[in-house]
Design a protein around this ligand. Structure first.
Ligand SMILES: NC(=O)c1ccc[n+]([C@@H]2O[C@H](COP(=O)([O-])OP(=O)(O)OC[C@H]3O[C@@H](n4cnc5c(N)ncnc54)[C@H](OP(=O)(O)O)[C@@H]3O)[C@@H](O)[C@H]2O)c1
Length: 327
């Protein structure tokens, strides 16, 4: 082939085709100045017996970001996976670890962070998130999900999420976390937090996919310099998103799997994304991110206009978390 023509074709070929993993190396800058890798491995519902291998596999194929939480009950196994990866040459400073403060520990964030660090086998995490803005009774009938005798959630009404944030701010001085942030925050809750805060959250981790774009909170976070991490990007277990016509159309256009479209969508928006998988081939597949153009993003965003869902009240809490009742 004529070298000039070959050069022209090469220039026009998207980076994601030349090197399928190049886009997955994208990082975003937090308001602390630290970088957060665009794609991370989720670990919720990754069963003991599976998550160690999943973490090890992910780090061996190029993931640099693992999303954990105390409440997932598997941080000790995540820690075993991390330890094996370190043994095989992965460096702690090259990876980004997030974990989360559980609701029954709102008045004791350092204690909960210490427990997570111990299980993970780490001296620090890169990002510590308040998992939900919902303090629960620390002395209730269950250490993680206490209930009142009538079956409703046993909330700690003597404590507020803004007090929790002030306690979390103190963690930065301990060196046990490099940054602090929130999860599942709506605009009204974030406004309340910011009014009390000295430190602006580095990130807000929220459910996000074409059925739930959460534009109001996304725009608000953007205006405040708060990074968005999209959770349940594939729609979580058993998701109908893979069959969604609008997703399949974009997948067909780029000749990729629907999952690739669902994950690439967030990276195109400047958000990090944390798909969960314990299946080796999917762990690898989920690292493949392609460049979507603005028309793809627009058409994915339009799906919620007819098929959107709401998360006004999250069932695990039974409280109004301030999200709009219509998307
Ligand atoms: N902050 C919060 O409150 C919060 C809430 C929920 C989730 N999260 C975080 O976000 C992560 C991701 O969310 P999620 O676990 O709810 O759901 P998700 O990542 O949207 O979906 C996970 C499901 O999709 C399957 N899957 C993964 N990759 C696939 C692929 N390429 N093709 C087909 N199926 C695929 C997985 O199965 P296999 O594992 O069997 O492969 C699993 O059943 C969580 O693990 C957690 O770390 C945070």
């Amino acid at each position: 082939m004529n070298p000039a023509l070959a050069n022209f074709i090469l220039k026009k070929t998207p980076a994601s085709i030349k090197n399928p993993l190049a886009m997955a190396e994208t990082q975003f800058t937090l308001n602390t100045g630290a970088k957060i890798p665009a794609v991370g491995l989720g670990t919720w519902q990754s069963d003991p017996g599976q998550v160690k291998a999943a973490v090890k596999r992910a780090l061996s194929v190029g993931y640099k970001h693992i999303d954990c939480a105390y409440v997932y009950g598997n941080e000790n196994e995540v820690g075993e996976g991390l330890a094996e990866a370190f043994k095989s040459g992965v460096k702690r400073e090259d990876i980004f670890i997030t974990t989360k403060l559980w609701c029954t520990y709102h008045s004791r964030p350092e204690e909960n962070l210490d427990e997570s660090l111990k299980m993970l086998g780490l001296g620090y995490v890169d990002l510590y998130l308040m998992h939900w803005p919902v303090p629960m009774n620390p002395k209730g009938n269950d250490p993680k999900f206490p209930k009142l005798p009538d079956g409703s959630r046993d909330l700690d009404k003597s404590w507020s999420h803004t007090q929790t944030w002030i306690e979390m701010e103190k963690l930065l001085k301990t060196g046990k976390t490099k940054a602090i942030g929130v999860a599942n925050y709506s605009v009204p809750f974030l406004e309340e937090l910011l009014a009390a805060a000295t430190v602006t959250p580095a990130a807000n981790q929220i459910e996000n996919h074409p059925y739930l774009p959460q534009q109001e909170i996304v725009d608000f976070c953007k205006s405040k310099g708060i990074h968005i991490t999209a959770y349940s990007p594939l729609g979580s277990t058993g998701s109908p998103l893979f069959q969604e016509e609008g997703v399949q159309e974009v997948a067909k256009k780029h000749n990729v799997a629907p999952g690739t479209v669902l994950l690439s969508y967030h990276v195109a928006l400047g958000h990090s994304v944390i798909p969960k998988s314990v299946t080796p081939s999917r762990i690898e597949e989920n690292l493949r991110i392609i460049e979507l153009d603005s028309s793809d993003v627009k058409s994915l965003q339009s799906i919620s206009k007819t098929k959107g869902i709401t998360r006004f009240v999250y069932p695990a809490f039974g409280v109004n978390l301030g999200f709009p009742d219509k998307q």
